[in-house]
Design a protein around this ligand. Sequence first.
Ligand code: SF4
Length: 678
Amino acid sequence: MTKVLVPTVCPYCGAGCGFFIAAEKERAIGIEYMPNHPVSEGALCSKGNAALEILYHQERLTSPLKRRGDGFSRISWEEAMQLVARGLCDAIKKYGPESIALLSSSKCSNEENYLIEKLARLLGTPNVDNCARLCHAPSVVGLNRTLGAAGMTNPIPDIANSRCIFIIGSNLAENHPVLTRWIHRAKDVGAVVIVADPRVTHTSWMADVFLQLQPGTDVALLNGMAHVIIKEGLIDIEYISQWTRGFEEFRESLKDYTPEKVSEITGVAASDIVRAARSYALSPASSILYSMGITQHRTGTDNVQAISNLALICGHLGKPGTGVMPLRGQNNVQGACDMGALAEFYPGYKKADDPNTINYFSSAWGAESLPLGPGLTATEMIDAASLGEVKAIYIVGEDPANSDPCSEHARQALNRLDFLVVQDIFMTATAQLADVVLPAAAFAEKEGSFTNTERRVQWSHKAIEPPGAALSDLEIVCKVGRSLGIDLSYPDAASVLAEINRFVPQYAGITRERLGRSGLVWPCPSIDHPGTPILHSAGFKLADGRAAILPVLYRPAAEDASWEYPLILTTGRLAVHHNAGSMTRRSPSLMEREPDLYVEINTADALRLKVADGDEVTITTPRGETQAYARLTDRVKRGVVFMPFHFPGTNILTSEITDPDAKIPEFKVSACKISRRD
Ligand code: SF4
């Protein structure tokens, strides 16, 4: 039998790199690179290169399971569907449809997210969300408010056209490694790189100007830069008057943000703030790249708005080399949000609290009634479960018992449910709490479209069959729907995409046939439209076609260092792991490189704590304690410690305080103390 090469999309980060799976005799035998891919050009990072390692892992779920005491027993799909239907229906009958919730996944395809969203609404619950809530919900809220579209404004390769690249709150060299090639290309022809981060990182090594700010002081820094730009007359007056509103109020709001004052708040030298501001404003084309260092704060939406403000006053939007670029964490965060797997939106960002939206989708889906939103967000579902208000949850591809802040609270809340069904490829910590576990196909075992961080929709092909009785998420969601009396009958992902074409205007022209090898970038409003790589080149989808400059004032993080908790814990990602680690911690080549949870401690702090490199230490916050190995380093400043969040221990510690607008938890700032374990 001959080898076949099947094009697929990397299952990890939002860069959306493409590669071929080499398959022979119905087995995936290796990866072959895709030199013509528009983003990765044949490159893959360590995670992408290891992607096949999970496919044949011995812990893959191969059969539906039901709880039996402390363990599980294998059951048929028929019995599983009966149990799921009974569990969800019982809750709806006894307590009403709002007593159930569905948690969708940005690991799933657009078609799968669309169906999970549709299933939730047809069941009558507004409670449907996805894990974007934990990473880029502030981008959805903040960018919609300021720019009228919740997407990266410019394509990834366009970073090479920037003459100043401002990276804030993103260690992209580890988190989206393939993107660095485009930054190096810009640097090769003279671009200036500014990096703002509380840590020295692989990304900051690329910086011409490095701003090592205190965690949680981003608004102060961004306002300080805007203050300098306005004071020195470096604004783009023509752009501001033609394309924006709110500038005068913004100018007034910045009076106190002098470089000296901002230096006191952020810990960044005033001269560096001025240098960064001038570089960003004076370059002919500047871009801002950001990630969860910006969004995972109780001021996450403020942070995003402050970024938009900076871009707008300099006119660095709508042209090559410019833009505001939220770098999404998972490979389909953008698509899951586009498909409406969010508490406050139906598909296509139609507002869930708008009766017109309800009318539109009632007619589209042939429903007598649909629930008005907003529903409960991912973290609110957990709180509601802990209060006994939500009785049953259907979780697809997510692991809140590890990925939610204050994770012990999440575990206890999930344990309180009358019924929990979890659908995944592995027995995660969350699946271990379930009444029923449904075995899902991994990325190579199914087909569908995925939307990367630059809004590029790509088709990922099926290379091999799933193991045992596992099915694609799409097939399972349709089965669940039918078991509940809801007509979800779609023969394949392409037929779901055809429905998406009809009801999601941004995807109207994105058909299975047109996607080819390079995909299409939304908005793509018609079948002959080429897609829209650069947004806002002819105005904004807001009132009068103008963007909104919205003043934001600096508010400190919810927790500060204290006598009892003298250190500030911040968290982040590593090059060889991904999110809660359910896949990468089962990948031998990646685990070999980073097998254990560690905490980075500044050498001066370690001396005071009598902690040596490699010591086992206990890290404690008001929410709990966990153990890790100490790594002594000057990559973090005195008073700040860092832990990767891919291991179960980290989120025992993190703060459940949320941004009031986007409801994202403040993962990035928690007061803690550390002691050596003797
Ligand atoms: Fe996969 Fe992201 Fe690495 Fe590309 S950069 S190979 S998408 S993890």
